[in-house]
Design a protein around this ligand. Structure first.
Ligand code: GLN
Length: 488
């Protein structure tokens, strides 16, 4: 038995049944990390000592007959945006390069309480701004399927670590696609739940009205198992939803008979790579063969999504990132002349170019006299985009589209052209603007052997039907069983 090939449920069962110790599991994954991390650089911090200590503690409790939880021994990577007590949390930025938080956020606390073992903090675009992981202050992360290509972003390290078998599951965050996009590009599964489904307590804020936490895993059922643990109400997050958590794992086996699948014309327009279109249309045909009904729908305001998203997210980011002032925590410029000099030099030295660009754009959009023309107008367009989806979901239960319009690109290929980088987010951002759940899963490989992602969107709190569709599709394929051969 190859430990790193066991699924979440299979591994946890063996650890709970003491056929496998949590320490053996942690060691097997740490060995993979030792072998592949120098090539992939999926982590900003590997916490081997902490992981082994946690695994030993679990084994001791199991030996005493205690129930350690449904994720017993499951080795996890956390995007470095999750605040971890006593473990450095950088958010991919120089400004937090040495920050060791005094508290633990809710999503990781829930994973640990369920028996998961944290292996380390995954690489990411600085403050989750980016689509390629190239904006990390800690070096680029590589795609396990082709090390000359990006893993996607901003949760690129999380997706690369899962795909490369450097961990069994990971947590990411998704403000405009940062879970689904890297999952698609690394050939794994990622879900952004409904806004408010998972607590954001202890998750470093980028754009608070869009940010949402979710799992990245190798199979839909693994993702469902992780989501069942992290979802649910949290009094520490005012936007957290009170509704009970769904039965996501069970939903994966429910099938699609009778479900109506909406196919929006706007997501099959010019710019969609023909190989991707073929794979996505074949997936829709397959779901129809499995008993789903396919209906044509329209999301007419899709063309405004990119402009709306980049306006709102930069505005919110400029406000959220004001707290990094060199006074309270994080980097502090040496020998400031006065307070203004302290602020400006700390922020200039601490933030990378993409983060600075967004703070400047967002501050402009929120400035006196411009607020109504930009931010307020953006909010109104956001309402129109949300209404597109409410109307569409009167006619269908889920929407099935591609996760990206383009194939995974080479490192450096889009770095000099922010607009090109932003445009590739076209299929993922509306879901955040509307607060919906969206999942990406592998639906094939290009002729060059590059992974292609299928995206399933649901109405608010429709995670179960999203899992039903993804699980049904996955069951007929072996895409998720393919293991990348990392070429060093
Ligand atoms: N690529 C998008 C951006 O750069 C989305 C990022 C995210 O979801 N965190 O803003």
């Amino acid at each position: 038995m190859d430990i790193v090939e066991l699924t979440v449920t299979a591994l946890a069962e063996r650890v709970r049944g003491r056929q496998l110790s949590a320490v053996e599991v942690a060691q097997a994954y740490l060995a993979r990390i030792a072998e592949l991390e120098p090539t992939l650089h999926a982590f900003i911090t590997v916490d081997a000592e902490g992981a082994l200590a946690a695994a030993r503690a679990l084994d001791l409790r199991l030996a005493r007959g205690e129930d350690v939880g449904p994720l017993a021994g499951v080795p996890i990577a956390l995007k470095d945006i999750f605040v971890t007590q006593g473990l450095r949390t950088t958010c991919g930025s120089r400004i937090l390069a040495d920050w060791v938080p005094p508290y633990e956020g809710t999503p990781s606390a829930r994973l640990r309480a369920a028996g998961a073992v944290v292996l380390g903090k995954a690489n990411m675009d600085e403050f989750a701004m980016g689509s390629s992981n190239e904006n990390s202050a800690f070096g680029v992360c590589r795609n396990p399927w082709d090390v000359d290509r990006v893993p996607g972003g901003s949760s690129g390290g999380s997706a690369a670590a899962v795909a490369g078998r450097l961990c069994l599951g990971a947590l990411g965050t998704d403000t405009g696609g940062s879970i689904r996009q890297p999952a698609a590009l690394c050939g794994v599964v990622g879900i952004k739940p409904t806004y408010g489904r998972v607590s954001r307590y202890g998750v470093i804020a980028f754009a608070s009205s869009l940010d949402q936490v979710g799992p990245i895993a190798r199979t839909t059922e693994d993702a469902a198992a992780l989501l069942e643990v992290i979802a649910g109400h949290d009094p520490l997050d005012a936007t957290s939803l009170p509704q009970p958590v769904g039965r996501y794992r069970e939903a994966c086996r429910r099938g699609v008979r009778g479900l109506r699948i909406g196919v929006p014309a706007e997501y099959f327009a010019a710019g969609l790579d023909p190989e991707i279109e073929t794979a996505v249309r074949a997936a829709i045909d397959q779901l129809a063969a499995q008993g789903a009904e396919v209906v044509d729908i329209s999301l007419p305001h899709t063309k405004y999504a990119i402009a709306t998203y980049y306006l709102l997210c930069t505005a919110e980011a400029s406000s959220n990132l004001a707290r990094y002032d060199g006074v309270r925590f994080g980097l502090r410029a040496a020998r400031p002349r006065d307070l203004r000099d302290l602020y400006s030099r700390t922020r200039h030295d601490g933030f990378g170019p993409e983060v600075r660009r967004r703070i400047i754009l967002g501050t402009f959009a929120l400035s006196a006299g411009y607020y109504d023309a930009y931010y307020a107008k953006g909010q109104r367009v956001r309402t129109l985009i949300r209404q597109d989806f409410s109307r569409a979901f009167e006619r269908c239960d889920v929407i099935v589209v591609s996760t990206l319009p383009i194939m995974v690109f080479k490192l450096g290929e889009r770095l000099d052209d922010s607009l090109q980088m932003y445009l590739a987010d076209i299929y993922t951002i509306s879901c955040n603007l509307a607060g919906l759940p969206g999942l990406s899963l592998p639906c094939g490989f290009s002729r060059q052997g590059l992974p292609i992602g299928l995206q399933v969107l649901g109405p608010p709190l429709g995670e179960e039907q999203v899992f039903a569709v993804a699980g049904s599709y996955e069951q007929a394929h072996d895409w998720h069983r393919r293991v990348p051969e990392v070429r060093r």
